[in-house]
Design a protein around this ligand. Structure first.
Ligand code: ADP
Ligand code: ZN
Length: 527
């Protein structure tokens, strides 16, 4: 091919300006770029939208040879390559969607030194044919994008990624840069171990997204809450509404359409072409609300997503952070709204208890869920808790989350908690929250009478509090681990060891009072 103007340019600052059209590096980009140009390995932990791509694209241009980018996001490769070509970068890709003649062309271009960047799917990379090819080519670097896919501890695990240790073994002289937006310690350690990146420089970049306002509301009437939120604050803007199940995605999208919103469903059960259509409409048109399962979003780069609403509780802080992180990438104010209630806690605890997988896996999942529940129930700044989870710190409360804007009240709930725990115990630790509340409030419904629970000493001892208030108590007890959910039965609540000091009167318990305001009283959008 025609020798590119790029050949003459080796200075990262020149490449940044003249190829990508940006004036300055952002954050740690320059340090990362320089490390890779010098031939060092690097592990880059940077939030989505932080600018990871330039960290390998610029070194690929600055170093002799072709930069090989390994990415699981096949659907995005074509777009990425097209965008690069428009900038004058000689880019190509190899994956299962490419027709045979194009494969041959791309391979030849690589061998002839006519490519600056080549994107390869992991399953393609590990094929002997591809490895042979790479051994014959001049390689500038390997970039392993979405590197957390190598972690079995995480949710995006891909078996093909495990084989990527071959890069180190077969191409020891080629620098590698692994990139991910998932930064918890466990995942980080697994990436380092599996990709043999012990010697790599680590770059952990600010995880704070100051323009996103975090809010967690108790689920009351979720549809009414969502509708109020949209009508008050985002009547015409683009956003994502996450639901746990496919069915709920479809029902919610349909309902929002009836309410006059431009809503589209997205989940893995829809036909591929429909998914693609909805995704590209979301990207290209204004003001579309994508109602989706977590199948939607990986690698989606839409700057003006104004809100992300969760109608169900995410399974971990990593998932919550990643999903909410799709809002406000343009730096403008955005909102992350999570509606969460007792039934979410019970459902997830139970699902995890009953899931396949060994005890260690289940324990890890439960721990991750507990951290997420802690974030939901916290009475101090949510952002501080969120960042601390990733090893990042924020010295002052943020002033842009619901707990900062409307500090929740707490109350000494020791007596109420003792009543609730006794009631769980007296009814035999087999019943779900609804029944426990009925017994506490002295309901004479059929189930209570049939079980003879109207004869118990705890029957009717909680008439001073509403059913909602009791549910809030039980929810917080499950969230804090005082109560367990029976994985076998129908969500029966059970006491755990940690209840003892409370029942013996040796420990007082403070709980938060639920707030059901729709919007924090004052809003500040950035610090
Ligand atoms: P990530 O891969 O970390 O999610 P990207 O590499 O896709 O993020 O970058 C996100 C957005 O930020 C892109 O639109 C990109 O063009 C822009 N960007 C990245 N670096 C810079 C920079 N130094 N100056 C201006 N814009 C940048
Ligand atoms: Zn805060």
């Amino acid at each position: 091919g025609a020798p590119s103007i790029l050949l003459a340019m080796q200075n990262p600052q020149d490449i940044l300006q003249h190829v990508f059209g940006y004036h300055d590096f952002r954050g740690q980009q320059e340090r990362i770029v320089n490390a890779v140009i010098e031939g060092q390995d690097a592990l880059v932990l940077m939030p989505t939208g932080g600018g990871k791509s330039l960290c390998y694209q610029i070194p690929a241009l600055a170093r002799p040879g072709t930069g090989i980018v390994i990415s699981p996001l096949i659907a995005l490769m074509q777009d990425q390559v097209t965008a690069l070509r428009e900038l004058g970068v000689r880019a190509g890709f190899l994956n299962s969607t490419l027709a045979w003649p194009d494969v041959v062309d791309t391979e030849r271009a690589l061998l002839d030194g006519e490519l600056d960047l080549l994107y390869i799917a992991p399953e393609r990379l590990i094929q002997p044919r591809t490895l042979d090819l790479l051994h014959q080519a001049n390689i500038a670097l390997f970039a392993i994008d979405e590197a957390h896919c190598v972690a079995q501890w995480g949710h995006d695990f891909r078996a093909d990624y495990l084989r990527l240790d071959l890069l180190h073994n077969e191409f020891p002289q080629v620098p590698r840069i692994a990139l991910t937006a998932t930064a918890d310690m466990r995942t980080r350690e697994e990436i380092i171990e599996r990709l043999q990146l012990e010697e790599a420089r680590q770059f952990i970049v600010g995880f704070d997204r100051p323009n996103i306002q975090y809010r967690v509301q108790q689920k009351d009437n979720p549809r009414r809450q969502l509708l109020g939120f949209l009508k008050d604050e985002y009547p015409q803007q683009a956003g994502i509404v996450y639901c746990l199940s496919r069915k709920k995605v479809e029902q919610t999208a349909e309902w929002l359409q009836k309410e006059g919103f431009n809503a589209l469903p997205y989940h893995a059960g829809l036909p591929g072409n429909l998914r693609e259509t909805h995704q590209s409409r979301f990207l290209r048109e204004d003001g579309i609300i994508m109602v989706a399962t977590i199948a939607f979003g990986m690698g989606i780069d839409k700057p003006d997503v104004r809100f992300v609403a969760h109608l169900d509780l995410p399974k971990s802080i990593e998932a919550y952070y990643q999903e909410t992180g799709r809002a406000g990438r343009d730096g403008q104010p955005a909102t992350a709204l999570l509606l969460y209630g007792l039934e979410d806690v019970v459902k997830l605890r139970q699902m995890m208890g009953a899931s396949e997988g060994n005890d260690q896996f289940k324990r890890q999942e439960q721990q991750r869920l507990s951290a997420m529940l802690g974030l939901c129930e916290v009475t101090s700044c949510r952002r501080q808790i969120l960042l601390r989870y990733f090893g990042d710190t924020l010295d002052e409360p943020c002033g842009n989350c619901d707990t900062c804007l409307t500090p929740p009240q707490t109350w000494d709930a020791t007596e109420a908690v003792q009543k609730a725990l006794s009631c769980v115990y007296r009814t035999g630790q087999r019943f779900g929250a609804t029944h426990i509340v009925d017994v506490l409030r002295g309901s004479s419904n059929e189930k209570v009478l049939a079980q003879g629970h109207d004869k118990l000493s705890t029957y009717g001892i909680g008439q001073d509090m509403s059913a909602d208030e009791w549910r809030a108590v039980l929810r917080q007890l499950v969230a804090a681990g005082y109560l367990d959910v029976d994985p076998e039965g129908f969500g029966g609540l059970q006491l755990t060891e940690s209840c003892r000091p409370i029942l013996r009167g040796e420990q007082r318990v403070h709980l938060r009072r639920d707030i059901r305001t729709r919007k924090p009283t004052s809003t500040r959008t950035a610090r």
